[in-house]
Each structure stands twice: as structure tokens, then as C-alpha cells.
Design a protein around this ligand. Structure first.
Ligand code: SF4
Length: 466
């Protein structure tokens, strides 16, 4: 695979985390070797698939043995308002003969089959470890198939061994920059055309934000990539401004679109009431700076005032029950500060937050929110997490699905706030949902039962049956 591309991604100039490293460390990239006993994240291919699969009307074809597609298929709840083609698993299911003779012909036939049976607007073609090792050239196959079938076939060269999930996200971004963005024109443009980058519409979170933008007359020209259509992404270079959501995963897209097409961007968050309001303000400011009507700023303030009032009124009902409850928050990157701010707004105390994937800027924001004594956790082993919960240092664990069993073993309520979450927590309505879900978890009567001794334990006092 293109080593140069990986190197380029590692040296991303807009990533503060990268730039804070020495030149030598930067070259090593961000991948960390997993230690025995630690849970490892996804591979680069997995990261690329996560980033692009939410383009809902495209076919996503995985070139490799079947388990690569099996492991990555629909492992996030990215929702679609239309086509469901993205949820169909396509793979070349490479076998031993492909490994011996090469899998390129097999791949070409698979592209033809998808074109004949589904006729999608585009096919994303994902490289995985085995074909990369035997030297299958997916770029050449993609080019030949594109010419033959008159259909965009986009090679995504991020085999698993290249690195971790985050690198895969960025390589997916490179594929969009190299083969998709700028290849089509929108039917029309408006002075309020906006790109949202790095938002995957997990559990429908984009739909908690889009109605607000609609009310302000702001058009989402393209969301990269939640609930996206191929055409929208291909014509996203005509946007007037962009927001990079909550993660440095696709920072290369935001930076390069600014360099190539002059689209200004900012990094913001849709989590938490004040962060949501700040993001709306920044969007309005950028758009006005690019020619949108000045009254957008006032209309934005009016909308913020009414939405905040409504959200606070809804949250107020939960405050007495949540006030003083302690949350241990183990999540990644920028979410560490945006969720901290959301929890504080709901009256909870945050006893610790993970900063493993956070940048220096993220950490500064956490200190500003929680004070200088903020307990920032670099690494927390499951054993230490269990100890904290079992010793009642926290009333609820908010983390990714992998940690739920630690919480359940310690008989402590758990709420999934990571990518596999089933509830949408973005925007004002999402904040109310978050607070109500925390409340529901904390007051779930099952935990009272769980904490009682079992009937066979000596201290158990059961009323005898008569
Ligand atoms: S590490 Fe390689 S073989 Fe394993 S899932 Fe990722 S791409 Fe497939």
C-alpha cells in the first residue's frame, strides 16, 4: 500500500496532537502496540469502513476473506432516511485459489455483479490484509471497472495491518479527497450551504441537529458521511463553510478542502447544551463571513434562546434525582470534554474522565470545566475500573459497550455513550435524552436486587415460606 499516503496522514499539520510530538515520534504514527490483557480497537480497514459505510446509497465491497466483512458489517447504528443498500454486505470472500493466483479477476467480477444486480451510484472498494499482502492492485482494478462500467469505483486502500481505526478513518478521508469530492456539481448552490464532516448519524443524531439548521435556512449540502448520498459528497466542494464534528478522525478532509476550495471550518460539538449553542453560533458566523445574510446571526440567537429554555425546563425535572450523583466517564477524544460539560449541566459530579485520545486542547477544556484538580485518566485497566466501581467511587459508568461487563460485575449502572449506543444524544433534545437515560439507569430497581446477598449467602435473611 502507499506508504507515502500513510506517512502524509501521520504528519497531518492541522492535528494539534500530532504537531505536539517530536519529528521522530510523529513518524512512528499514532498506533500503539496492544498490551496483553488490554482490549484492542479496530484495524485500519475497520476504521475506513466505519467512516464511509454511512454513505447509504453506495455499495461497499470488501476485498478479502469473508470475516473482514463479517466483523465490520453494520457494527455501528448509522441510520439512513432512504436507501438501505449500505447495509448489504458485499465481499469477494477470497479463498485459497485467490491467494495462489491473485484475486483481481474475482474482484472485477464482483464489481460487475453488483453493477448488474443493484446499479448503485458508486461502489467503494475496500482493501484488506490478505489481498494487500499478495499484491492485488485494487487501484488498477477500480480504474478498469470505472472505465468499463461508467460507474465510480472508489478504491479505499486501508488494509488492517496499516494501523488502527483512527488511521483508517483518515485513509477513508484521503480516498474521498482523491476520488470523490469535486467530481460532481450540485444542482444549485445557496449562500448557506454547509458541510458537516465526521458525523456518522449514529442512532439518528444528525436528525436531532438538522431540523434546527433547517429552521435557520441553513442547507446541509453534504454530511460526511452520516445519511449521505454519493452525489452530495461528490459535490460537497461547493459548500460555503464546514463544521468538523467532535473528532479529529476526518481532520484531513476539513483542512484539505479549505486549501483546495477555500472552505473555512471549525471544530465543534453537538453534545451538551452550551456546546450545541456555540456550534450554531460558529456556523452562522462562518456563513455570514462567506456571504449569507447578516440577520442569520440574530435568528440564530433567537433559536438558541428558545431551544435552551425548553431543554433546561425538561432537564430541571431530573436535577433533584441526579444532583450530586457521581459519574465515571470513559470515552474517547473530544467527547471527553463535550460529555463532561453535558454531565455538569445536568448536575452530576464527574469523578474521572479518560483522556487517552484527547489532544492538549481537549485537556485544557476539561480543566476549564472541572477545575485544575480534574481527574484525567490516561489508561484505566478493567481491573482498576472494577476497583473504582466496587469501592463505590462512582454511581454510574458511562463508557463504550466493551466496558459494560465491568460495570455489571461491580453491580453499578452503566450507560453506553460510545459508537454502539442505542440512543441519540446530540443537540438539545439529545441532551434531554441523555439525562433521562442516566436517570433511568440510576433508578433501575434491578441494582437494588443485585446488591442484596444471594439466598445461599449466610447473611441472607429470607422470610420462610409458610
Ligand atoms: S486486521 Fe486485516 S484480516 Fe483482520 S479484519 Fe482487519 S483487514 Fe481483515
Amino acid at each position: 500500500m502507499a506508504v507515502k499516503k500513510v506517512q502524509e496522514v501521520f504528519e497531518e499539520p492541522a492535528c494539534g496532537h500530532n504537531q505536539a510530538k517530536s519529528e521522530k515520534d510523529r513518524k512512528k504514527g499514532c498506533t500503539k502496540v496492544a498490551m496483553p490483557g488490554a482490549a484492542a480497537g479496530g484495524c485500519a480497514f475497520d476504521g475506513a469502513k466505519i467512516a464511509l459505510q454511512p454513505i447509504v446509497d453506495a455499495a461497499h465491497l470488501v476485498h478479502g476473506p469473508i470475516a473482514c466483512e463479517g466483523n465490520s458489517w453494520d457494527n455501528r447504528s448509522a441510520l439512513s432516511s432512504g436507501s438501505r443498500l449500505y447495509r448489504t454486505g458485499f465481499t469477494t470472500d477470497m479463498n485459497e485459489m485467490d491467494v495462489i493466483y491473485g484475486g483481481e479477476k474475482h474482484l472485477f467480477k464482483a464489481i460487475r455483479q453488483i453493477r448488474d444486480q443493484y446499479n448503485p451510484p458508486a461502489i467503494f472498494l475496500y482493501q484488506t490484509c490478505v489481498p494487500a499482502i499478495i499484491g492485488d492492485d485494487i487501484e488498477t482494478v477500480a480504474r478498469a471497472a470505472s472505465e468499463k462500467f461508467g460507474l465510480p469505483v472508489v478504491p479505499v486502500n486501508a488494509p488492517g495491518f496499516a494501523g488502527g481505526k483512527n488511521l483508517g478513518n483518515k485513509l477513508a478521508g484521503e480516498a474521498l479527497l482523491d476520488y470523490v469530492i469535486g467530481t460532481m456539481e450540485p444542482e444549485y448552490t445557496t449562500p448557506t450551504d454547509l458541510n458537516i464532516i465526521g458525523e456518522y448519524n449514529l442512532s439518528g443524531e444528525l436528525w436531532q441537529v438538522k431540523p434546527l439548521l433547517d429552521r435557520l435556512g441553513i442547507r446541509v449540502l453534504s454530511c460526511i458521511s452520516g445519511d449521505a448520498r454519493y452525489r452530495e459528497v461528490a459535490s460537497s466542494h461547493r459548500a460555503r463553510a464546514a463544521m468538523l464534528v467532535c473528532s479529529k478522525a476526518m481532520i484531513n478532509i476539513a483542512r484539505k478542502m479549505e486549501e483546495r476550495y477555500g472552505i473555512p471550518w471549525f471544530e465543534g460539538s453537538f453534545y451538551g447544551i452550551s456546546d450545541m449553542s456555540e456550534s450554531l453560533r460558529n456556523i452562522a458566523k462562518l456563513l455570514v463571513g462567506r456571504g449569507a445574510s447578516n440577520d442569520l446571526l440574530d435568528r440564530t440567537e433567537t433559536l438558541i434562546a428558545s431551544e435552551e429554555k425548553e431543554a433546561w425546563a425538561a432537564i430541571e425535572a431530573f436535577r433533584p434525582a441526579l444532583s450530586g450523583k457521581r459519574a465515571l466517564l470513559i470515552t474517547g477524544g473530544v467527547k471527553s470534554w463535550s460529555v463532561v460539560s453535558a454531565l455538569l449541566e445536568a448536575g452530576l459530579e464527574v469523578v474521572g474522565t479518560s483522556v487517552k485520545k484527547s489532544t492538549a486542547e481537549d485537556k485544557e477544556r476539561i480543566s476549564a470545566l472541572m477545575g485544575e484538580d480534574a481527574h484525567m485518566i490516561e489508561t484505566l485497566t478493567p481491573r482498576e475500573m472494577y476497583r473504582m466501581l466496587a469501592d463505590a467511587e462512582a454511581d454510574i459508568l458511562m463508557a463504550g459497550g466493551r466496558s459494560q461487563f465491568v460495570a455489571l460485575k461491580a453491580r453499578v449502572p452503566f450507560l453506553d455513550v460510545n459508537q454502539e449506543r442505542r440512543f441519540a444524544f446530540a443537540g438539545y433534545k439529545g441532551m434531554v435524552t441523555l439525562v433521562s437515560e442516566i436517570h433511568r439507569s440510576l433508578t433501575n430497581p434491578v441494582f437494588d436486587h443485585l446488591r442484596k446477598p444471594a439466598p445461599w449467602q449466610p447473611e441472607c435473611r429470607l422470610t420462610p415460606l409458610v
